[in-house]
Design a protein around this ligand. Structure first.
Ligand code: 9L3
Ligand code: MG
Length: 126
């Protein structure tokens, strides 16, 4: 079975990107990521992305274009990422340690997870 993790590159009207600081597991805690998570069996990737953002951030997102293709993750997982905007709600850290909206010149202000860094670069380029 394909092991897919979906992630959201959530941008606001000012062109800022939402970064989320992981709370767990210990080896990833403190690192910053694009919010998201594992696709459940039988669930579409789109549905998983909307669900994860609801659960983790308490927002309803509108999903846009995909950023790149498959990004490699540990453990045989692949990460697929889409641009998104917030249709409803204001993000709160329900499962993360912290959230930050980063402007284009602030993207290096947080310690991105190694897996997420090239994706942030790709988002930055568009
Ligand atoms: N992961 C890495 N970067 C991301 C996301 C959303 C997830 N942007 C990795 C961390 C975990 C695994 O994927 O090892 C599953 O993510 P989650 O379901 O614990 O959020
Ligand atoms: Mg998650």
């Amino acid at each position: 079975m394909e092991k897919v993790v979906v992630g959201a590159a959530i941008v606001d009207g000012a062109g800022r990107l939402l970064a989320a600081q992981r709370a767990d597991p210990p080896e990833l805690a403190g690192g910053w990521e694009l919010p998201g998570g594992k696709v459940d069996p039988g669930e579409s990737e789109h549905a998983a992305l909307v669900r994860e953002c609801q659960e983790e951030l308490g927002v309803l997102i509108e999903v846009g274009e995909q950023v790149g293709g498959d990004w490699a993750l540990a453990g045989g997982y692949v990460l697929r990422v889409w641009l998104a905007v917030i249709a409803e709600g204001r993000p709160e850290a329900r499962e993360h340690l912290d959230l930050r909206w980063l402007g284009a010149d602030e993207l290096d202000d947080v310690a991105w997870l190694p897996a997420d860094l090239p994706i942030v670069r790709a988002v930055q380029g568009r």
